[in-house]
Ligand binder design. Structure first.
Ligand SMILES: [Zn+2]
Length: 408
């Protein structure tokens, strides 16, 4: 077992303080730090701290796949770690996006290969042949847009903004208050000529300003989101689309699970994200990056659902809080050492074989396994190879460990 140093990714939407504070480095940092990757992604693998210096997790898996991943994970996913764990710190909104299903990803990857689009080209949608289900667990309060909300609520929100220019679109939804209506409306907006958007989006922003000033509370968060997105992307159809999506605030420990086809945008906050090891993203706006509208429309799931359907069921199993998610690539839980467990070594529950990534989010603990022991403090992580087996934990202060393993 080794300490695992994550790879810091700097993007413009990141934070100069959150990841540095979390990992105990000086802040503010020179560049906004957006993500901290713990995984074996070829683009930016994490690093194992060994007696002989640092080794990339990617190289370690390549040299010893059987010991690191175990026979069953190798049999199911080949010689790669099928998931990627990230700490994500968003000071600004991320792009509006969705991810393809396994079948869509396989087909899309093959199609773009046939068309001769290089895998690294900016207009390439499918950089690998895998789906990309993801779960986000809030470490601090986290704001997101995710999934089309029940249609009646979207109608009520748009009426509350009192924007005459929205009337035909409200009427469209009133006439067809279901997934087909949402598809028709979203398609109309996302394919609208720019001059139309340059009139409609500012009108909606005006409506949101009046709404916020009126101190009306029902849709205050939604109206503020329209303003924030509109300020950065004044003619972007994504500002309009935000009115159709669940506006979710997660408290620490709460989560959202984003299956294939779910339209989402992270707005602000710090969280831990675990996803299948894929780069397949179809963007719908709120970004200067490549946007492929027809392909996005092909993968989107327009089924309206309230936000509690996007939150995974969380079950407690002794010291372990399990986030129930269906993706085979990963399983996510939180181990808490508290109360009677403090002050002596205890066996952590072990539901999965295969490797584990442990990330300490609070307190301090000694983690022991066959391959020795390490001390984890807030912001530090460990890699437990498959052949190192179940872990034991010892802590003197209340401690929380985030755990990612391969799913069943
Ligand atoms: Zn996503």
């Amino acid at each position: 077992m080794n300490l695992l140093r994550g790879a810091v990714r700097t993007y413009a939407w990141g934070s100069r303080t959150a990841i540095a504070d979390f990992t105990g480095r000086p802040s503010p940092t020179a560049h906004p730090e957006a993500e901290l990757w713990f995984g074996a992604h070829p683009g930016d693998p994490a690093w194992l701290e060994t007696d002989n210096g640092e080794t990339s997790l990617l190289d370690t898996l390549r040299d010893d796949p059987e010991g690191q991943l175990g026979a069953s994970v190798r049999g199911r996913f080949g010689d790669t770690l099928p998931f990627l764990l990230k700490v994500l710190a968003a000071d600004e909104p991320l792009s509006l996006q969705a991810h393809p299903s396994a079948r869509q990803a396989a087909e899309g990857f093959a199609r773009e290969d046939r068309l001769g689009i290089p895998v690294t080209a900016p207009n390439r949608n499918y950089r690998d042949a895998s789906h990309k289900p993801e779960i986000l667990v809030a470490l601090e309060e986290f704001e997101a847009l995710a999934g089309f909300r029940p249609v009646e609520e979207s109608i009520e929100l748009m009426r509350s903004l009192a924007v005459t220019d929205l009337d035909p679109f409200v009427n469209l939804l009133v006439g067809q208050p279901d997934a087909d209506g949402l598809r028709a409306l979203f398609t109309t907006w996302i394919t609208a000529p720019q001059p139309d958007l340059d009139v409609l989006v500012p009108a909606v922003i005006d409506g949101a300003i009046h709404y916020v000033r009126s101190r009306n509370t029902t849709f205050a968060a939604e109206a503020r989101t329209v303003l924030e997105l509109g300020e950065r992307y004044p003619g972007d159809a994504g500002v309009l689309a935000s009115m159709l999506l669940n506006r979710i605030t997660l408290e620490p420990g709460e989560a959202i699970y984003l299956p294939a086809g779910n339209l989402h945008a992270y707005l602000q906050g710090v969280g831990v994200e675990v996803m299948a090891n894929s780069d397949n993203v179809l963007r719908g706006g709120l970004t200067p990056k490549h946007v492929d509208v027809p392909e996005l429309l092909r993968v989107l799931d327009f089924t309206p659902a309230s936000d509690d359907l996007i939150r995974p069921t969380i079950t407690r199993d002794g010291m372990e809080l399990v986030y129930e998610t269906p993706a085979p690539e990963f399983a996510v839980s939180e181990l808490s050492i508290d109360g009677e467990h403090l002050g002596h070594e205890i066996d952590a529950p072990s539901r999965h074989d295969g490797p584990q990534i442990l990330l300490c989010t609070q307190g301090s603990t000694v983690v022991s396994a066959k391959g020795g022991s390490v001390t984890l403090n807030r912001g530090s992580a460990a890699w437990v190879a498959a052949d190192e087996g179940p872990i034991r934990l010892a802590a003197d202060t209340p401690t929380k460990l985030f755990r990612a393993t391969v799913g069943i």
